[in-house]
Design a protein around this ligand. Structure first.
Ligand SMILES: *Cc1c(COP(=O)(O)O)cnc(C)c1O
Length: 358
């Protein structure tokens, strides 16, 4: 690689964050959520670092197959389940569990009965109204699943809509709704994502499903992962590729939106939206050049951003620039870009070289 844009992964941070989840939810089983290329961190690498989990949670079979092709066999759960009965033989062969969230999937199981054993979770809609069966339909679905030979029900699952809002009464209503819908059964239960693990101990149940916090990032808008004892796993970094002097009034970048308020030094960092740096990061978004904060200026380009180097006129081509990670929380950059840290992490593109530090 010739271009200096790199994502450095701290694999020991992943293991540390998993231990933080264990401390917060003692005695619960842990499904490490590594969907979407492990939130942009690299599926295979992250799976290796999170082997101490009891299972991996993925979105779909394609993601599970990437792991199997890499020789990784570990219990796996597909949060979106299957999309067609053609997946049944592969699910059985690799013993991958599918979440059943819709009547249509029940019908597929009844029509094209799996030939081997097929593990499933039943997802209940306790109020988010995205995926899941309505609570009053759980008893019938349970009977239907039990009647299909080869189908093994591993547990019940639900998902919380507002667990990141500590004062929102909706979360406890969802927990109670799910409790009532599953009270008659002995199978394990799972409710909690990262925000619920951190803020709603009443939701921990038998299995917790942390995603974002495993990567060291906070799901709450007003806090960073460090405040929860987490360590960020990804640092996105690059280098200054140009340092220029401009005079007062000169314009910088596409559209010439930003004008130099005085004679000054402007740096160009080799990172842009083609790497996954958010195009909507606004003027003032912090970047660490040589470990010190400088503000982004003007529009983000595909391959570059410009930074105000008035505080570091001595900076030189090749000096390091940190876009997030370490001392610069991705949570903060997300706020400047009008988005959430989940999106920034997932969006890092394949052009960025990923390196791991053990
Ligand atoms: C993505 C996902 C999670 C993990 O959520 P985080 O907020 O990243 O912890 C848990 N459960 C389900 C069903 C999910 O889709």
């Amino acid at each position: 690689m010739t271009r200096p844009a790199q994502a450095i992964l701290d694999l020991s941070a992943l293991a540390h964050n998993l231990e933080r989840v264990r401390a917060l939810a003692p005695g619960r089983r842990l499904m490490a959520v590594i969907k979407a290329n492990a939130y942009g961190h690299g599926l295979i690498r992250v799976a290796g670092a999170l082997r101490a989990s009891e299972a991996y949670a993925l979105a779909c079979l394609d993601e599970a197959l990437v792991l199997h092709e890499a020789g990784i066999s570990h219990p796996m759960v597909l949060l979106e389940g299957f999309f067609s009965s053609r997946e049944f033989p592969i699910l059985s062969k690799y013993d991958v569990a599918a979440v059943i969230h819709h009547d249509e999937q029940l019908r597929m199981l009844e029509a094209d009965r799996p030939t081997g054993t097929l593990a499933v979770w039943l997802k209940i809609d306790s109020g988010m109204h995205r995926l899941g069966l309505a609570p009053e339909r759980v008893a019938a679905a349970y009977q239907r699943l039990k009647a299909i030979p080869g189908v093994k029900l591993q547990g019940f699952m639900t998902h919380l809509a507002s667990a990141d809002e500590r004062d929102n009464p909706v979360t406890m209503q969802q927990v109670e709704c799910f409790g009532r819908a599953t009270a008659a059964y002995l199978e394990p239960r799972s409710i909690a994502n990262s925000a619920a693990i951190l803020a709603w101990p009443q939701s921990h149940a038998d299995w917790v499903r942390p995603g974002l916090m495993l990567y060291g990032v906070s799901p709450f808008a007003d806090q960073t992962g460090t405040a929860h004892g987490l360590r960020p796993a990804m640092s996105l970094q690059s280098r200054l590729m140009a340092v220029n002097r401009f005079t007062q009034g000169e314009r910088v970048g596409y559209g010439g939106e930003w004008r130099c308020p005085e004679d000054m030094t402007v740096g160009v960092v080799a990172i842009g939206y083609g790497d996954g740096y958010p195009r909507h990061a606004r003027t003032g978004t912090p970047v660490l050049v040589n470990g010190r904060r400088v503000p982004l200026i003007g529009r983000v380009s595909m391959d570059m951003i410009c930074v105000d180097l008035r505080s570091q006129p001595q900076a030189q081509i090749g000096d390091p620039a940190l876009l997030w990670g370490g001392e610069l929380p991705v949570e903060e950059v997300a706020q400047y870009a009008g988005t959430i840290p989940y999106e920034l992490l997932c969006r890092v593109t394949s052009r960025v070289q990923v390196l791991s530090s053990p």
